[in-house]
Design a protein around this ligand. Structure first.
Ligand code: FMN
Length: 339
């Protein structure tokens, strides 16, 4: 059993599970850990006792420069929570979910009581998609999604009060690309931003279990090894902006997820919607990646809100077909399980 909790979650989801009890629930956390998170920080801590699962935000892993108030951290945790709930849905057991169960502890994001309440809706296709989903930062090809798939993504997000705005019209897309490029330049001008990014960049075949490997960020050959140094040392804003322009303009589908408020509950809901959206896209054969910079730079975020006529843009996503990429690094369950 302990061996199972020490495995890379991508291997753990292929292994047989313990029959019942907390041991089974702990093993099922492997699916939660496959969730995306900002810079692959995996900013969550889980505990399980007597069928009660608690999720806490781990602020020690916060990106204090690009995410100073923990908005994206909470989104990542919401996504991880949704992964777990979808996996529990396959068990057919009752679950009761309380978000922010302790008014005195805002880091306590959720409590899931297993065996109480009605089963979570079953979506086998989405659970299968967890093993295949990647943030694939390559160029995308293909036609825009068929209407039914777009509608499925819209409805998945709406369940959580999150709106999906498709950026298809040419002028709107151009304006979004300009905002992405301006945000790239502004972020990369900041030495603190570059240091933080470099801190989470890893060489290919890194032995660490967090952060982003250079090859997954699109660096090849020698560049993959010197990339953190380059990012740390030089303002590469123009190069980043040009690359993001090309990737965004070439993507068959671009969508912005937004909410009516921007409190912690809305951010957790955005994370749950994000999981549903990117897993539904993956189940439909589409990779996803992020162009989130305009949501991270406050002046750009206000412009993006005005451009789309939405209150609080939370995430900018692109979707399409692409060459596959390998899975990103992950902590084993044992690492994120508090006693
Ligand atoms: C809230 C949030 C924001 C993210 N922002 C970006 C981003 O701006 N650019 C990017 O390339 N990836 C972004 N990501 C993707 C993460 O880097 C990715 O999930 C992580 O490296 C793990 O890789 P995986 O998604 O392939 O498992 C974001 C993920 C989350 C949850």
């Amino acid at each position: 059993m302990n061996d199972l909790l020490a495995l890379d979650p991508y291997q753990a989801i292929e292994a047989p599970l313990p029959d019942s009890g907390d041991a089974r629930l702990k093993a099922m956390l492997a699916w939660a850990l496959l969730s995306p998170s900002p810079h692959n920080t995996q900013p969550w801590s889980w505990s399980i006792k007597d069928g009660v699962i608690d999720l806490h935000a781990d602020y020690a892993r916060q990106l204090t420069v690009s995410d100073p108030d923990g908005r994206e951290l909470t989104i990542g945790c919401g996504s991880s929570l949704e992964h777990l709930l979808l996996r529990l849905g396959q068990e057919g057991v009752g679950v009761t979910v309380e978000e922010f169960p302790d008014p005195d502890d805002p880091r306590h994001l959720a409590r899931v009581s297993v065996g109480v309440g009605t089963p979570y809706p079953r979506h086998d296709d989405l659970v299968t998609a967890m093993g295949a989903r990647r943030t694939n930062r390559r160029s995308y090809s293909g036609d825009p999604m068929e209407a039914a798939l777009r509608t499925a993504l819209d409805e998945a997000a709406r369940e959580f009060g999150v709106t999906v705005t498709w950026v298809s019209e040419a002028d709107l897309r151009k304006a979004l690309v300009r905002l992405i490029m301006a945000s790239d330049r502004e972020q990369m001008e900041s030495k603190e931003f570059r240091h933080e990014l470099a801190h989470w960049m890893r060489p290919k075949h890194s032995r660490k279990d967090d952060g982003m490997e250079s090859d997954l960020l699109g660096q090849k050959g020698v560049a993959a090894y010197v990339a953190p140094l380059v990012v740390r040392t030089f303002d590469v804003g123009d190069a980043q902006a040009a690359k993001d322009q090309q990737l965004t303009e070439g993507s068959p589908d671009i969508a912005v997820l937004s909410t009516d408020s921007d409190d912690a509950a809305a951010r957790l809901a955005t994370g749950r919607a994000l999981a549903r959206v990117v897993l539904t896209a993956m189940a439909g054969g589409r990779y996803s990646a992020y162009m989130n910079q305009p949501c991270e730079v406050p002046t750009s975020r206000a412009k993006l809100a005005a451009l789309l006529g939405v209150a609080h843009p939370q995430l900018v996503l692109r979707f399409g077909h692409a060459e596959p990429v390998h899975p990103a690094l992950r902590f084993p369950v044992a690492q994120v399980l508090a006693d």
